[in-house]
Design a binder for this molecule. Sequence first.
Ligand SMILES: Cc1cc2nc3c(=O)[nH]c(=O)nc-3n(C[C@H](O)[C@H](O)[C@H](O)COP(=O)(O)OP(=O)(O)OC[C@H]3O[C@@H](n4cnc5c(N)ncnc54)[C@H](O)[C@@H]3O)c2cc1C
Length: 221
Amino acid sequence: MAPSIASVPLAASPLVRDKAGLLSKACRSVGGPQIRRVGTLVGNVVNAMPAADGAVALFALEAEVEVQDASGRRFLPIAEMYAGVGRCTLNPCEQLVTAIRFRPLPDGAGWSFQRLAQRRALILPMLNCAVVARVAEGRFTEARIAVGPVAETPLRATAAEESLRGAPVAPEAIAKAARLAQEAAHPRASAIRGSAEYRRAMVAVLVRRGLEEAGAMAGSR
Ligand SMILES: Cc1cc2nc3c(=O)[nH]c(=O)nc-3n(C[C@H](O)[C@H](O)[C@H](O)COP(=O)(O)OP(=O)(O)OC[C@H]3O[C@@H](n4cnc5c(N)ncnc54)[C@H](O)[C@@H]3O)c2cc1C
């Protein structure tokens, strides 16, 4: 019997790969096949871990989360789900997440998902970074940069994003944005996942790689 849509793991969904390759790649890096078969994207968000791969991609996609309780349903910007490390704003006795929505990436948009981890599977990342970029005539018209775990919640590097508006897709502009993202990042020291100094230094590297990849993809379309 052919599998129903509901039984296809999100990471393997052709629809998600087509409309939001960024999310598809992020979800393919979660855990291993067994974890991806049973774990959900909603769980990845409600866990409220700033390193969560799917959630970081959803920040760059500017996703909204549908919350249902006795008073009805409403969509909230994903950032409003977070109250701190491991703390979701949902009231677990009264509220349920019933959907996650985001706009498909616009035609011609480029994206990148960068991840730094001690091994390739079954481990939370030391750092991750999701980038969406739009380019016209060799200049960034829009850049969205989400980074984790560098704050209590997944972080949008807004100063870096602003610096790129109208800037050429060139090493100097990308280096400046990477520096601004690094300045906004305040990772914790972790005995398992690296010192704060190392992780902060690597933020600039991941953001630079992400912008280069997303900028090149957008520029070639
Ligand atoms: C070995 C291992 C490796 C892992 N590697 C990664 C990794 O590389 N990257 C990564 O991001 N994560 C990783 N994880 C974490 C985890 O598997 C993922 O975050 C997964 O997406 C969680 O989804 P779940 O459905 O299992 O959530 P659950 O653990 O079942 O739930 C998490 C929380 O969400 C709540 N919840 C679930 N659904 C709803 C809903 N619809 N409405 C309201 N509340 C809800 C639950 O009550 C619970 O509080 C790993 C976990 C393990 C065990």
